[in-house]
Write a new protein. Structure first.
Length: 670
């Protein structure tokens, strides 16, 4: 029995889950097709997926067609769940990239195509929704060819479009799908498509190319063999039109999957970080990688593994080479939708599940302890959206840390931290949908929170050089307190402190105390209680008392001196800024730039990437508090963005006044 693993990836709304359901139904794996909108599909089985109406996690589905076992990994469409998408694409041996016949290539399509490129993944392009109004196969095909790198050619053509979509026809053989006939007015289009496909096939084979150029006839069998070889190798990407909703073209797609999906053996040896290789054979030393993890409320922790080489049986001891920990799974499973099915072994080329082992995390490598190997971990982008969490009760406050740790073990693209300046607990993810789902998972774990936009960690600084004295003198019977210093402050990057005192005006032992006082004042701020940065301080002079001077007195004097100097140093407010990169279809670029200009952005450039424009801008963090949802609204969910901290910049005076007033009110009411 041959085994194939294929991931299905696409921009949200292209119909991946409906296609997976159609493949299951056509193969006989299920007798009744579910619907996404009804929450009855095999893929979207969690309460959250049923409630929201889209995939949140990758589902593993099993089917059999023509004596071939196929594992289908149905990935989410939202880029927010990039961990699920990248993990599944990497775990598979081939990808189905689904494109809407109505919308063509979208931002999400280019993103998953780039992921497949990163992992050298062969792929089949499925143009879905051919039955929809405004479906246009040739438009969608043209957008694939113009915006996605690689050799793409139609392996099938549609017979009709929209409500007239009746079937598909094999471009090489001219054979129509069952119950359909090729209309006479399509003959010319079919001949042109065949000529184009033949050109694409022979370009992948030097021997065929030479014979072709010499005018020699090449048989259909030779063309078919070369076609499948190219598809397996990922040097040619065939395109198939289907209607997953009506099941048209699905049988032909399944046939192509059986013949065109490469096996684990065809993928070739895998190379570890130290250059070691593993052959993808059952009798090779065992190795696997955890490509996904989750927590089931009844079963506990689940680690999804792709077995790259060898065989694993229950009770075998394996080494987690990422963390140098031995684990011993008592039971082994495969996942089919929501159902775990216990199996006697997992062999090279299989997707399996190990349960109830805490020391397994997404990206970990497992190996035979006698033949250790470590594969590259899965790279993930930095979070782009952050919310502040406010536990509803003291009990929720006590439990939030452990609950978030559990979520982050399941999903390493979530980040949880405490902002030291504001004291807020921050949850960061790939987008607003990602954090929304995480908060729902917190609630399911018994931790209830409300959210808000995070407070902006403003800073204060100075724009002029100033000098001032700080003198602390107190007498109340017995020993008094006496500390006196004169300092100069000037604007410079970072923090600096030095003493220029001469003649013993201040004993050297008190200079560190003055610096502590300066640091106290810098931390407390001057305008609105925000920390002061980019200030260099020089101690110029001072005086002391043989009896009354002390460390605490000079610490107080240093703090007073800094505060007094700030009066004449033209203090100002600074705000954090980020480098924002927005990827959108070209037609939205103008709207994006217009919107960014209302956010006080400094646009850095606009660069084309296929059909996508990348708009780069430096933007105040305060202006991006809800940008994930705003971008979705601006582009109809066809945009994506990333952010990278870029330091601080001055706040315009009219905005600074408002921030300072609001901050002073908060401090007064605290």
């Amino acid at each position: 029995m041959s085994v194939r693993i294929v991931s299905i990836a696409a921009h949200s709304g292209a119909g991946k889950t409906t296609l997976a359901e159609a493949l299951l139904h056509q193969s006989g794996a299920i007798t009744r097709r579910g619907k996404v909108e009804d929450g009855t599909t095999q893929s979207d089985f969690t309460d959250a997926e049923k409630r929201h109406g889209f995939s949140i996690s990758t589902s593993s589905l099993l089917l059999k067609h023509k004596d071939t076992d196929i594992t289908v990994l149905d990935t989410p469409g939202y880029a927010d769940f990039v961990r699920e998408i990248r993990g599944a694409v990497r775990a598979a041996d081939t990808s189905l990239i689904v494109v809407s016949a109505v919308s063509g290539v979208e931002v999400g399509t280019e993103r998953v195509w780039a992921t497949a490129d990163r992992f050298d993944m062969p792929r089949i392009v499925v143009i879905n929704k051919m039955d929809r109004e405004r479906a246009d196969f040739h438009m969608a095909l043209a957008s694939v060819k113009s915006s996605l790198p690689g050799h793409v050619a139609a392996g099938y053509l549609p017979i009709g479009e929209g409500e007239h979509f009746a079937g598909i026809v094999n471009v090489l053989t001219g054979e129509a799908s069952e119950g359909a006939q090729v209309p006479s007015d399509m003959r010319s289009t079919l001949r042109d498509a065949r000529s184009e496909l033949v050109d694409a096939i022979v370009e992948t084979d030097d021997d065929l190319m030479n014979r072709y150029l010499e005018g020699e006839d090449i048989s259909d069998d030779e063309l078919h063999t070369a076609f499948m070889k190219a598809v397996h190798a990922g040097t040619l990407y065939p395109v198939v039109p289907v209607s997953a909703e009506k099941g048209i073209g699905v049988r032909e797609l399944l046939n192509l999957m059986v013949d065109g999906l490469r096996s684990a053996e065809e993928r070739g040896n895998l190379v570890g970080q130290d250059g070691q290789e593993r052959e993808p054979r059952k009798d090779a030393p065992f190795s696997a990688r955890v490509w996904r993890s989750s927590v089931d409320p009844y079963v506990g922790k689940l680690a999804y593994i792709r077995v790259w080489s060898g065989t694993l049986k229950p009770g075998d001891t394996v080494l987690n080479t990422t963390h140098d920990i031995e684990v011993k799974p008592a039971h082994l499973y495969v996942m089919n939708g929501k159902d775990l099915q216990e199996v006697p072994e997992l062999t090279a080329g299989m997707i399996g599940v190990i349960t109830k082992i805490q020391d397994l995390h997404t990206g970990d490598t497992l190996a035979d302890p006698k033949h250790p190997i470590k594969y590259d971990e899965l790279w993930m982008p930095e979070p782009a959206h952050t919310v502040a969490l406010h536990p509803a009760t003291r009990q929720d406050e006590d439990k939030i840390g452990a609950a978030m740790q559990r979520l982050m073990e399941e999903d390493p693209t979530l980040h949880f931290s405490r902002e030291p300046q504001t004291g807020e607990q921050l949850l960061s993810g790939m987008g607003d949908m990602h954090t929304t789902i995480a908060i729902e998972k917190l609630a399911a774990l018994g931790v209830n929170v409300t959210t808000s936009a995070p407070q902006i960690p403003y800073r204060e600084t100075i724009h002029a050089t100033a000098e001032a004295q700080g003198k602390h003198k107190k007498q109340s019977g017995g020993h008094g307190q006496y500390g006196d210093c004169k300092i100069r402050i000037e604007h410079a990057e970072g923090y600096g402190f030095k003493s220029a005192v001469v003649g013993g005006a201040i004993p050297g032992k008190y200079i560190p105390s003055i610096e502590k006082g300066v640091q106290d004042a810098l931390e407390r701020g001057f305008l609105a209680g925000f920390p002061i940065q980019d200030v260099h301080v020089t101690v110029l002079d001072g005086s002391y008392h043989d009896v009354d001077s002390s460390d605490i007195a000079f610490r107080t004097a240093g703090s007073l001196a800094l505060k007094n100097a700030m009066e004449n140093a033209r203090p100002g407010l600074m705000e954090p800024v980020v480098l924002l990169k927005v990827r959108v279809p070209a037609q939205f670029a103008g709207d994006i730039i217009g919107d960014l200009q209302t956010r006080r952005a400094r646009v850095q450039g606009m660069d084309p990437e296929g059909t996508v424009m990348v708009v780069s801008a430096v933007v105040p963090q305060a202006e991006l508090q809800n940008y994930s949802a705003d971008l979705r609204s601006l582009t109809g969910d066809r945009g994506a963005f990333s952010v990278k901290p870029q330091g601080y910049q001055d706040v315009p005076e009219h905005i600074a006044r408002k921030v300072i007033e609001e901050r002073q009110k908060q401090m007064a009411n605290a």
